[in-house]
Every structure is written in structure tokens, then in C-alpha cells.
Design a protein around this ligand. Structure first.
Ligand SMILES: N[C@@H](CCC(=O)N[C@@H](CS)C(=O)NCC(=O)O)C(=O)O
Length: 307
């Protein structure tokens, strides 16, 4: 079973980063809609506790975090490339900067504007998720700072487009563009009904770029139920993977470990180490609803401890 199954919800900006990659590669994919707050009872059997959005599933292999999801999509469908030949490191480094710095600043703008319209359960969930207060009055008070931080960083992207190139790394869109589309899409869609609102109104090249990105679309999704996704995992066998015995961490195949994000949604996932490369770390786990599965995480931004 090689269907790409994305567990996501429509308003999730990190999911938009992945959906636009599907668009770029003109892929068909299965769409499972998950709740935007905890609990996520049909996702937990797959991830073992990882709660962030999105998660990608291929059979009995579960990919957490868009850093890794994008690499897996690239492997699955290499053309057109998300990683431009010769600029693979640049594309990934730009994506890391955007994911870790611009995203939260953009969230500050959007939540400052609409936080008071969202339900109490959402505020409570996101306070727990991020370790920061999502109380509407505090969000509103912090919004001007978030706006300045977003602007100061988006200006760098505006500069990159200053020589007339269509996309951040040249004539074709790459992983870096998909990553930048996440916060830009979030601000435009949630606050501007698709139009450029501050601070995007001061960034004409970036605004024109965002229109080019929007035209890429989301590929060809087909709805799938959560129950069907669990059945796919149960019927499949995880793909083979291997542990680099010379990895600087000293981790060894068969070791019991826990893997925890270092920023938000810090829920440890525990299992047996079965895969280790410079890019990913993989553990096998068993759950009565899905049988034996392998959960894959990126290395950067994830803390690994003996279980
Ligand atoms: N580093 C993660 C970040 C993912 C993330 O923060 N996603 C947000 C939604 S866009 C989230 O998980 N929010 C809480 C939730 O959906 O439960 C990635 O690249 O996938």
C-alpha cells in the first residue's frame, strides 16, 4: 500500500506547507480530517502520543513533522524537485528558519486579531500545547510585537526576490517556498479573505509570489475516514529501515527510547529503535488497533532519551 495519507485539518498552516507540495508534484493523496485540538483518539494509535498536525501515513509507516514529511514526499515523487539539485542544504535551512521563527510570529498576528472569537477549549489546548498563554487579552496585547517580528523577517524574503527571481531559490518553487507559504497563507486566509493585509501590504514582491504559490494548488485529494486509515495501517507491514552503527549519538538498534519535540506539543513517544540516519530516527511500536507500525521523526528539534 503506497497511498500517501495526510492526517490534517483545513485551517492548519503546517498542513498547507504539505498540501502545496502535493500540488507542486501533481500528486493524488488521501485526506483524513483530524480534530484541531486534543483529544485525537484515532491519531494516537498511529503516532503513539505525537499530537501535532499534520502527520503523514504510508501503510504502516507514520511520518511526524513536516521536516520529514517533505523529504518523504520527495522520495516518493522526485520530480519536480522540492530540493533543487546543488541547493538541497539551502532549501532545508531556509525551511528550518521559516518554520521555527516566522511561523510563531505569524500566529501572534492572527491570534491577536481573532483569538477572542475562538472557543475557550481552543485557548486551553493551545496554552498547554505551546506553554504560552492563549488568553485573548494577552494575545491582543502581544500582537503588535508579533507584527513587527513577522515584518522584520518577511523583509528578508522580499530581498531574496529583489533580483526578479520568481521563487526564493530561483525560477522554480522549492521546499523553501512551500515553507514560507505556511505563515503567509495563514495571515492572508485568516485575516484578509485571501488578500494581502499588514504587514504583507508593504511587501509587493512577496504578495505577487504568494499569488504564484496559490496557483500551484493542492494536487488531487480523496477523502478517507480515520477508521479506514487505521485499517490500512493494520493490513500493512512497515518498510525496512536500518540503524547507522557509526551514528555520533551512540544509539544502537533494538534500544528502547523516547522521542520528544523540543518546542511545542512535548509528548514523548516510546518504542524500539529500528532506523537511524542523519535525517531521521525511527521506532517500532505496537498498538492493538493497528498492530506493528514504525513511527519516523526528524533528528533536528527532537530530543531522544533512553526509555
Ligand atoms: N514542527 C512541526 C510543527 C507542526 C505544528 O505546530 N502544527 C500545528 C498546526 S499548524 C499544531 O500541531 N497545532 C496543534 C494541533 O494541531 O493539535 C511540523 O513541521 O510539522
Amino acid at each position: 500500500m503506497t497511498d500517501l495519507i495526510l492526517h490534517h485539518y483545513p485551517t492548519s498552516p503546517f498542513s498547507e506547507k504539505v498540501r502545496i507540495a502535493f500540488g507542486l508534484k501533481k500528486l493524488g493523496w488521501k485526506s483524513v480530517t483530524i480534530p484541531n485540538i486534543m483529544p485525537k483518539p484515532d491519531l494516537m494509535p498511529l503516532t503513539g502520543g505525537y499530537r501535532k498536525t499534520p502527520v503523514m501515513q504510508i501503510g504502516a509507516d507514520i511520518y511526524c513533522d513536516t521536516q520529514l514529511i517533505m523529504l518523504e514526499i520527495e522520495k516518493h515523487a522526485p520530480t519536480p524537485p522540492l530540493l533543487p539539485p546543488g541547493k538541497e542544504g539551502e532549501a532545508r535551512a531556509l525551511a528550518m528558519w521559516i518554520d521555527r521563527n516566522i511561523f510563531w510570529a505569524a500566529v501572534g498576528i492572527v491570534m491577536g486579531a481573532i483569538g477572542d472569537k475562538l472557543p475557550e477549549a481552543f485557548h486551553k489546548d493551545r496554552s498547554e500545547f505551546s506553554g504560552r498563554s492563549f488568553e485573548p487579552a494577552k494575545l491582543k496585547a502581544a500582537a503588535p510585537i508579533a507584527a513587527q517580528q513577522t515584518y522584520a523577517q518577511l523583509v528578508l524574503a522580499e530581498e531574496m526576490l529583489g533580483d526578479g527571481r520568481a521563487y526564493l531559490l530561483g525560477a522554480a518553487p522549492s521546499l523553501a517556498d512551500c515553507a514560507l507559504y505556511n505563515p503567509v497563507w495563514f495571515i492572508k486566509e485568516r485575516l484578509g479573505g485571501g488578500k494581502a493585509v499588514p504587514p504583507l501590504d508593504r511587501l509587493p514582491r512577496l504578495t505577487a509570489w504568494s499569488e504564484r504559490m496559490k496557483a500551484i494548488g493542492s494536487g488531487n485529494p480523496t477523502e478517507m475516514s480515520a477508521a479506514d486509515a487505521l485499517a490500512v495501517a493494520k493490513a500493512a507491514k512497515p518498510a525496512a529501515c536500518s540503524v547507522d552503527a557509526a551514528d555520533p549519538s551512540g544509539l544502537k538498534a533494538g534500544q528502547k527510547i523516547s522521542i520528544t519535540p523540543d518546542d511545542t506539543g512535548k509528548v514523548p513517544v516510546t518504542g524500539t529503535l529500528v532506523g537511524l540516519t542523519p535525517d531521521h530516527i525511527s521506532i517500532s511500536r505496537n498498538d492493538e488497533r493497528v498492530g506493528d507500525i514504525v513511527v519516523h521523526f526528524p533528528r533536528a528539534g527532537f530530543i531522544v532519551t533512553p526509555a
